[in-house]
Design a protein around this ligand. Sequence first.
Ligand code: ACO
Length: 425
Amino acid sequence: MTDSVNLVIDGKTYTLPVITGTEGEKAIDITRLRQETGFITFDPGFGNTGSCLSSITFMNGEKGILRYRGIPIEQLAEKSTFIEVIYLLINGHLPTLEELNKTRVILNDSSLIHEDMHIFFQNFPKASHPMGILSSMVNALKSFYPDLKNNDNLIKNFLNLISKVRTMAAMSYRYSKGEKIVYPRHDLTYCANFLNMMFDSPVHPYQIDEDIVKALNVFLILHADHEQNCSTAAVRVVGSGRVNLYAAISAGIAALWGPLHGGANQAVIEMLTDIHKNGVSIEDVIKKAKDKNDPFRLMGFGHRVYKTYDPRAKIMKKMCDKILGKISKPDPLLDIARQLEEVALTDPYFIDHNLYPNVDFYSGIVLRAIGIPTNMFTVMFAIGRLPGWISQWKESMEDPNWKISRPRQIYTGLKENNYKNIQER
Ligand code: ACO
């Protein structure tokens, strides 16, 4: 097995070490490249750049594999709960019954929000996007819940944040509707509690449906981590300046908001709604997506890493069929989604570009069926991704070789230039 490679620059050979991961992926270690050769690498979008060693999530985009701490996503989606996955990601192993119960108790105990924070929620303009509110509120948590230092307390702090983000997400929805907030309940499970906080009303008490609770668990599990994606990279980069956890997570939420990342689930529903409302044909949509002169992209298709069907999309598609079958409510958007998928999967452009449905293609339809409003979709993604961000932040803080993130650049501006007095310009 190669443990080093040679780089020849102007006739001089430099030997660079090779790092091999547990699944056999290889990286050329260039940490001394600039010092020894004066060169840097150039990789916009970081598609070829490994930024850390990580033992949290493994994915293989060519084979469509995703595993958390070695456990395939398919097994976790079928057998596990979101609480178990939170524990798994943060601690590195599945919890025993005692550890699981302890986690549940901490999540329950920390589910309330400081009453002084309510005033913030009440004063955001009603049209505010919930992602903006959530990002600001998570940053504000630092003032209300100062960091704790020792490890036991740190885990409590993580669970505290996870529990509060769920409560704050439901609160922002209730306030945006002009409705009274619903407090968390000690007798409900994590996901059932969220649904109750979102939808319970004095005139229509919310009926907990275990299939809907399971669907929400699966949705959150599928989104719980995805190694060094845009928002996780943001959490690590911002965290590398040694800011507090809340500020780093708030940066992750802001990064997730974008339509090319977590905002895609909302963008998919908006795209399907547009097609439905305006009666656009599937052929025209596909044609538009392929047109180089048109910025339109087929939302929910394509992925930086997956060059085959996203394994999460397969699970989400099944969940979609199950939930829609159960509530026996036909969704015209699902029909459009199915037709788009069918055409795109056989179209040479999509085949040549390795463009397959990603998780967001079906997750929006599942969330709609559960009753989650479209502008809350990305917030749902954030609730799911939180344990991933936290685990990655923790891993980075514990890394003895961690450095502040500070990429280089190749300057392409003017050469040295003289200041001109204003009269001479
Ligand atoms: N529709 C049409 N064409 C596409 C699409 C799409 N959805 N995605 C990529 N392409 C084309 C590009 O036009 C480009 O074509 P070219 O090489 O002929 O110029 C080629 O495929 C490669 O595209 P890039 O943007 O270079 O691929 P990258 O890996 O940088 O982008 C991304 C990945 C951002 C996800 C992209 O596929 C996209 O915009 N998809 C739609 C938005 C989306 O669904 N995002 C969710 C991602 S999953 C997540 O974050 C949870």
